[in-house]
Design a binder for this molecule. Structure first.
Ligand code: AMP
Ligand code: ZN
Length: 111
């Protein structure tokens, strides 16, 4: 996926503020934060949306949640509270078509 922004970030072709990396997952600060803590957690493997993730590869989502749990602790929002969300396709508000979870916290969030 040569033209995918997040694939380029993973490859180091576009700079980012990386907060976590392992064999299958990468996480970095959102460039346009909606709250004091706003991280993006993504699989290294390219899937445009969650719709494209085969059932047999769904363990990556559990792993992403494990990473988000650790990052919430590390960034000091585990107890105060935070939100994780994934936007899917146009009406879901998805702008970057590489599966990603937002981890947002550090202020009172509204519905
Ligand atoms: P979504 O609307 O769910 O597709 O979210 C895409 C997110 O990617 C937005 O919150 C953007 O602020 C964020 N974003 C776009 N470009 C970059 C970048 N170069 N580095 C970090 N975050 C980015
Ligand atoms: Zn990608």
């Amino acid at each position: 996926m040569k033209e995918c922004l997040f694939c380029k970030i993973i490859k180091g072709e576009i700079p980012c503020d990386k907060v976590y990396e392992d064999e299958t997952v990468y996480a970095f600060k959102d460039i346009n934060p909606k709250a004091p803590v706003h991280l993006l957690v993504i699989p290294k493997k390219h899937y445009p949306t969650l719709n494209d993730l085969p059932d047999e590869e769904m363990e990556i989502i559990a792993h992403i949640h494990c990473v988000m749990k650790k990052l919430a602790l590390e960034f000091g929002v585990a107890e105060s509270g935070y939100r994780v969300l994934a936007n899917i396709n146009k009406e879901g508000g998805q702008v970057v078509y590489h599966v990603h979870y937002h981890l947002i916290g550090g202020r009172q969030l509204r519905a």
